[in-house]
Design a protein around this ligand. Structure first.
Ligand code: SF4
Length: 259
């Protein structure tokens, strides 16, 4: 496990738990809107796994969960061993994932070493290449959804990110040539909601909507999405846009909520 980030305690990242959180290096996606550049590119000092466990041991009276986030944790060779150690300590495990590495997720499901999975749904399948910076991964994500919904608890979540004009996104361009100037359309949001229902065969998933918030240049994976380079109205997803997306999704996925 290459751990490059450690949050001693969080009250908000694992529903109902006081958790410690780790961030693993690297990702198989390259989302231009990602604000974890230093984690994805492994630019931070590595943290020893023993340090994480000794911290958990020293706070075992009140830490009852661990969040394993990234980057994309399922890329880590030592993930299974690490999670087994967590379970032996009696703490609950939450895994954050982009859902594309479905074979690893299947293995973790069989081993029963993850209690809660939070999986990103980046957008409708027609925009997946643009949104993730990688071609042809929506089919893997579909397989990921089917695995994730079998864990004891799970959620799907979408961050509402800025997009280029429709002509640009239609070309499924991996490299952005123009800055984003718009938010997802009603048709794109509906396409995403219908896709989730079609793939999973149900509509009662816990589904969360999150705001995009741009950061400094050295934190964004694609520096054109940093503050100051984006048009100011694209710096953060306006609450009005979030509410619109919520209203559209609610018609399809009734358990949608915002955070
Ligand atoms: S936002 Fe995209 S690139 Fe960043 S960690 Fe998540 S899946 Fe990987």
């Amino acid at each position: 496990m290459k751990i490059v980030g450690f949050l001693h305690s969080t009250f908000i990242d694992y529903p109902g738990k006081i958790a410690t959180e780790i961030f693993t290096a690297g990702c198989n996606f390259s989302c231009p809107t990602c604000h974890s550049r230093k984690i994805v590119k492994s630019m931070l000092q590595e943290i020893n796994e023993d340090y994480v466990f000794s911290y958990i041991d020293s706070r075992k009276e009140w830490i009852d969960g661990i969040v394993v986030s990234g980057g994309e944790p399922t890329l880590q060779k030592g993930l299974e061993d690490f999670l087994e150690k967590c379970k032996k300590k009696g703490i609950s495990v939450k895994l954050d994932t982009n859902g594309s590495n479905y074979k690893v997720l299947e293995n973790l499901l069989q081993k029963k070493i993850v209690d809660y999975v939070a999986m990103d749904i980046k957008g409708p399948p027609s925009l997946y290449s643009v949104l993730t910076g990688k071609k042809g991964n929506a089919e893997d994500v579909e397989k990921g959804m089917l695995v994730v919904m079998q864990f004891p608890d799970y959620e799907f979540r979408t961050t509402i990110v800025p997009l280029q004009e429709k002509e640009e996104t239609k070309k499924e361009k991996i490299k952005l040539e123009k800055l984003p100037t718009r938010w997802p359309t009603e048709e794109e949001i509906e396409e995403m909601a219908r896709w989730v229902i079609k793939v999973t065969g149900k509509n009662n998933h816990k589904y969360f909507l999150q705001r995009f918030v741009s950061r400094e240049e050295d934190e964004m994976l694609d520096e054109r999405f940093c503050k100051y380079k984006l048009p100011k109205e694209m710096w953060e997803t306006p609450y009005e846009v979030v509410n619109n997306v919520y209203d559209i999704i609610k018609k399809y996925l009734p358990n949608v909520a915002t955070r």
